[in-house]
Design a protein around this ligand. Structure first.
Ligand SMILES: *Cc1c(COP(=O)(O)O)cnc(C)c1O
Length: 352
C-alpha cells in the first residue's frame, strides 16, 4: 500500500509557511493529475498537450488550493466568520473549509447566475447564502466593505493567502513534467489564478528549481473580456459563469503576467467554449465546466493560427469539474426517448 501524498500545505511548507505554522485543516486538496492528451492534442495539432485537471480537488475546483491557506489562517488568527463574493466555486470552497474549521460562512452571489451544483455545495455545508440582484463585481465591492468593517475575514482572492496557495498548481506542473512547459493556458475571470500561476513559476525560477518560465496564455469570454478590451465591462455575459466578471480584482497582476512572460490575453466565444468542453470530454474522457474549457478553446485558436508550434509543450488548466454545471451541457435530447425493454427495440435504438 502506498501512503497518501502529504497535504498540500505540508508538501510546499518551505515555500508557503511561517516558521512552525500549524495547518490543522485539510480536505486533501492539490496533487491533481497532469494528463497527457492523446486525441485532443492530435486534433489541435500539438504533440505535447497536457491537461491539468483541477476538478479532482475536494470541492471540484482549483479554489481549494488558496482556500485551505486562507481558512487555516483565518481560524488561527481568531476570525469569527468568513465571507466571500462568488460566481459559485469560491462559495463552494469557502463553505467546505469553513465547515471543517467550525467557522460560520457567508457568501454573496449574483442571483440567477450561479450553477446549480455550486449552490448545492455551499448549501449542504451550511453556508449562509445572500443573493444579490446584481453581478459579481458589485457583490465583491460590498464584501470588501464588510471586511473593512471587521464583520468577517474576506476569503476572496483579494486575500493574499488565496493567491499564495494557488501558486502550488504551478509548482505541481513543474514537478510533474520535471521542467516548466513552454506555454500555460487558462481561463481568466477575476484574474487571480493567472496572477498566482505566474508568481508560482517566478518563485520556482528564483529558487533555481526551473530554468525558464512559460508564456502565460489567458482567455476571457467574448461577452466578459475587460482585459482584452482595456476597460471594465458593466454587464458581463457568458455561459461560462465562473468567468462572468467585468472588472477583475487582479487586473494588474494579469497584464503583468502576460507582458513579463511574452504571452497574451484574448477572448473566445461561448460557442467555442462549449465546443472545447465537448471535445475534452469526447476525446479525453474528462468532464470540465464551461469556463474551464476556455483555455482549450483559446489554444485551439492560437495553434490553428500558427501561433503555437506543434512541438511546444503546452498545459491547459481545466479549472473546475463539469458536474458542477450539468445544465450547461448541450445534450441531444432526442436520444433520451424511452423504448420498450426488448432486445429488438434496444438494438434499433442503438442504431445497429
Ligand atoms: C474562479 C474560476 C475561474 C477564474 O479564475 P480567476 O482567478 O477568477 O481568474 C475559472 N474557472 C473556474 C472553474 C473557476 O472557479
Amino acid at each position: 500500500m502506498t501512503a497518501a501524498p502529504p497535504a498540500l500545505l505540508e508538501r510546499y511548507r518551505r515555500l508557503l509557511a511561517q516558521p512552525r505554522e500549524p495547518f490543522p485543516i485539510t480536505l486533501g486538496e492539490g496533487s491533481t493529475p497532469l494528463i497527457r492528451t492523446r486525441r485532443l492534442g492530435a486534433e489541435i495539432g500539438l504533440e505535447e498537450l497536457y491537461l491539468k485537471y483541477e476538478g479532482t480537488n475536494p470541492t471540484g475546483s482549483f479554489k481549494d488550493r488558496g482556500m485551505v491557506l486562507a481558512v487555516n489562517r483565518a481560524a488561527s488568527s481568531g476570525a469569527r466568520a468568513v465571507v466571500c463574493a462568488s460566481t459559485g466555486n469560491t462559495a463552494a470552497s469557502a463553505a467546505a473549509y469553513a465547515a471543517a474549521a467550525g467557522l460560520p460562512c457567508f457568501v454573496v452571489l449574483p442571483a440567477g447566475k450561479v450553477a446549480r451544483g455550486k449552490l448545492a455545495q455551499a448549501l449542504v455545508a451550511g453556508a449562509r447564502l445572500v443573493m444579490v440582484d446584481g453581478n459579481f463585481d458589485e457583490a465583491l465591492a460590498a464584501v470588501r466593505r464588510l471586511g473593512d468593517e471587521g464583520v468577517a475575514a474576506v476569503v476572496n482572492s483579494v486575500n493574499p493567502d488565496r493567491l499564495d496557495g494557488q501558486q502550488t498548481a504551478a509548482w505541481e506542473v513543474c514537478d510533474a513534467l520535471g521542467r516548466p512547459p513552454d506555454a500555460l493556458a487558462l481561463p481568466v475571470g477575476n484574474a487571480g489564478n493567472i496572477t498566482a500561476y505566474w508568481r508560482g513559476f517566478t518563485r520556482y525560477a528564483g529558487e533555481g528549481l526551473i530554468e525558464s518560465r512559460p508564456r502565460m496564455l489567458g482567455f476571457q469570454a467574448d461577452g466578459a473580456a475587460p482585459i482584452v478590451r482595456g476597460e471594465p465591462v458593466a454587464e458581463p455575459e457568458t455561459i461560462a459563469t465562473a468567468i462572468r466578471i467585468g472588472n477583475p480584482a487582479s487586473w494588474a497582476g494579469a497584464t503583468a503576467a502576460r507582458d513579463d512572460s511574452g504571452g497574451s490575453i484574448e477572448s473566445v466565444s461561448d460557442d467555442e467554449i462549449l465546443a472545447a468542453q465537448r471535445d475534452v470530454a469526447h476525446l479525453e474522457g474528462i468532464f470540465c465546466e464551461p469556463a474551464s474549457a476556455a483555455g482549450v478553446a483559446g489554444v485551439r485558436k492560437l495553434a490553428s493560427g500558427g501561433r503555437l508550434h506543434r512541438s511546444e509543450t503546452v498545459v491547459c488548466v481545466l479549472t473546475g469539474h463539469g458536474l458542477k454545471d450539468p445544465d450547461a451541457v448541450q445534450a441531444e435530447e432526442g436520444s433520451l426517448a424511452a423504448v420498450a425493454p426488448e432486445v429488438d427495440a434496444i438494438r434499433s435504438a442503438m442504431g445497429i
